[in-house]
Design a protein around this ligand. Structure first.
Ligand code: ACM
Length: 532
């Protein structure tokens, strides 16, 4: 049995392409070895890692993670490394029940966090994790890398209580710089607390970007001082006629800071020139005819537009984007640009020219949905592709041409990464306009070779949006996002050679105790070999 297990272990790691030529898998799996069938949950810790790391070398005896374990940050380590250590301690204390004090100085055993700015091959977010009887050393060039290393360590310790962390070395860095998830808090309003919860859920799988769809026809969710009725009135509606709501600027800042501590950048989106009924309803002066429409609580799209010929429109976007830029430490402001069906193409292009210039003036980089490709994307603008297998060749061609002209793409294929698509016919809630998206389909594609004519170097990354037309509760949200968003995390982080459904689905199944322990109401998708 033991021999079989070991062979299986080696086979899995070799299939992942992670062992290189130097496999030495000794005594790493004793604590997990079980006779009989080998359910996914019995995968050894290094085999379970999700997203799959760049390289793993299981070697030698492990570290005894127990009541004596301390977390060490280099003596005099800067405040940020100390904070990463404190957060890791907090994350490990919950499931382990251990005290895990954080102390100064990396001499001595325990979990050691250290920056090495000269470390090679790790990039901005990569890390090395070395585990042996004397302790566990996490090394990175940046605090962000140390944070990612800590998330790997969370998967190597037992799901509950003390135990052995196997001996060996993980060397890791991401394939793509942008690994995002979006949530639409406009169609249905959600609290900062719920979004923070999602940040925690995502950051543990190394997702590094949270895109917030803050405004749409059905609601305006962020306070803007210069246009207060946007949130006060325009925020007071949502799909289905519920009360809606909005975030104050302080709440928004709190969310941005919380995400930042987890090395998750927030990309705020104010969708324009379409998807603006909530703004038009709030201010009559934004309408070409000077009359404010009713607030909207249905689910149609493509019926509203800012008034392209009116100067007041440009004062509006300048003030709104100026306030938003001031709240945003990250590089990007997303200005939407999708489904502007009632804005003539020439008007759309003229409007987007001016909106992009405003973003640039506030020192930010434009992100937009890929319809911007057919207008005049500003230099450096990032285009978010949300097409699918049935998207027309002409629509794709504009995006491919933009990529060839130097624009980077974030890929969110609707029939792969839209988390609001139903898993299958019986899924409630969810939509199906892009087809059903089972867990396997969400995972089984290669972002580096997805759009013919777009090289991997033009792909900034991937993002999984969660639209909320009929996602109204935390339970709905988690059911639709989990477990598919873990596939997004792996597509964004892991090397292309590691992407393999057989391996991934077993590792995903092995996440079950952690998802359960975190109270995440995930979908027990039938294509995943869950243990129970
Ligand atoms: C979109 O789904 N309208 C970006």
């Amino acid at each position: 049995m033991r021999v079989l297990r070991l062979r299986r272990t080696l086979g899995t790691l070799l299939a992942l392409g992670v062992l290189g030529g130097s496999a030495s898998c000794t005594a790493a799996h004793g604590d997990d070895a079980r006779p009989g069938d080998d359910p996914p949950a019995a995968l050894a810790p290094f085999e379970r890692l999700l997203p799959a790391p760049l390289s793993v070398r299981a070697e030698g005896p492990g570290y005894s993670f127990g009541p004596g374990t301390v977390i060490r940050t280099g003596r005099g380590a800067d405040e940020e490394v100390r904070r990463v250590g404190e957060l890791l301690a907090e994350q490990l204390r919950g499931p382990s029940g251990l005290p895990l004090p954080v102390v100064d100085g990396v001499q001595g055993d325990g979990i050691r966090l250290g920056i090495d700015e000269e470390a090679e091959g790790l990039g901005e977010e990569g890390y090395r994790l070395e585990s042996g009887p004397g302790g566990i050393t996490l090394t990175a060039r940046t605090p962000a890398g140390l944070f990612r290393a800590g998330q790997t360590l969370r998967q190597l310790v037992p799901a509950a209580g003390p135990g052995t962390v196997p001996g060996g070395t993980v060397t890791d860095r991401p394939r793509f710089a942008y690994r995002g998830a979006m949530v639409d808090i406009a169609r249905h309003f959600f609290s900062v607390e719920q979004v923070k919860r999602y940040v925690d859920q995502l950051a543990q799988y190394k997702v590094n970007t949270l895109h917030l769809h803050l405004t749409d026809d059905q609601g305006w969710r962020l306070a803007v001082d210069s246009w207060p009725r946007l949130a006060e009135y325009g925020g007071g509606s949502e799909v289905g006629g519920g009360p809606g709501g909005h975030w104050t600027k302080d709440e928004y800042r709190e969310l941005v800071a919380y995400a930042g501590e987890r090395y998750v950048d927030v990309v705020p989106e104010i969708d324009m020139p379409g998807h603006v009924n909530a703004a038009l309803a709030s201010y009559a002066e934004l309408n070409c005819d000077g009359k404010a429409p009713e607030r909207y609580t249905g689910t149609k799209v493509g019926f509203s537009s800012l008034c392209i010929g009116k100067e007041r429109t440009y004062e509006f976007i300048d003030e709104v984007l100026g306030e938003l830029a001031a709240l945003t430490p990250g590089r990007y402001l997303h200005i939407g640009g999708d489904e502007a069906h009632v804005t003539p193409a020439a008007d759309y292009a003229a409007f987007m020219d001016r909106a992009q210039a405003v973003v640039g003036r506030y020192g930010k980089t434009v992100m937009g949905w890929h319809q911007l490709a057919a207008a005049r994307p500003a230099q450096g603008a990032v285009l978010q592709y949300w097409g699918h297998d049935k998207t027309s060749a002409a629509d794709r061609a504009a995006v491919v041409a933009a990529a060839k002209a130097g624009h980077r793409l974030v890929l969110s294929p609707a029939d792969r990464l839209y988390l609001d698509m139903k898993y299958e016919a019986a899924t409630k809630p969810g939509l199906a306009w892009a087809g059903y998206v089972p867990v396997r389909r969400a995972y089984s594609w290669n972002p580096g070779a997805y759009l013919a004519g777009v090289p991997e170097s033009a792909v900034l990354g991937v993002e999984a949006p969660l639209w909320t037309e009929n996602v109204a509760t935390r339970a709905d949200w988690e059911l639709m996002a989990f477990p598919r968003v873990l596939g997004l995390a792996e597509l964004g982080w892991s090397p292309a050679g590691a992407l393999d459904w057989a391996s991934y689905s077993r590792r995903l199944a092995a996440q079950e105790p952690r998802l359960d322990a975190q109270g995440i109401g995930f979908y027990r998708a039938p294509d995943v070999p869950w243990a129970q």
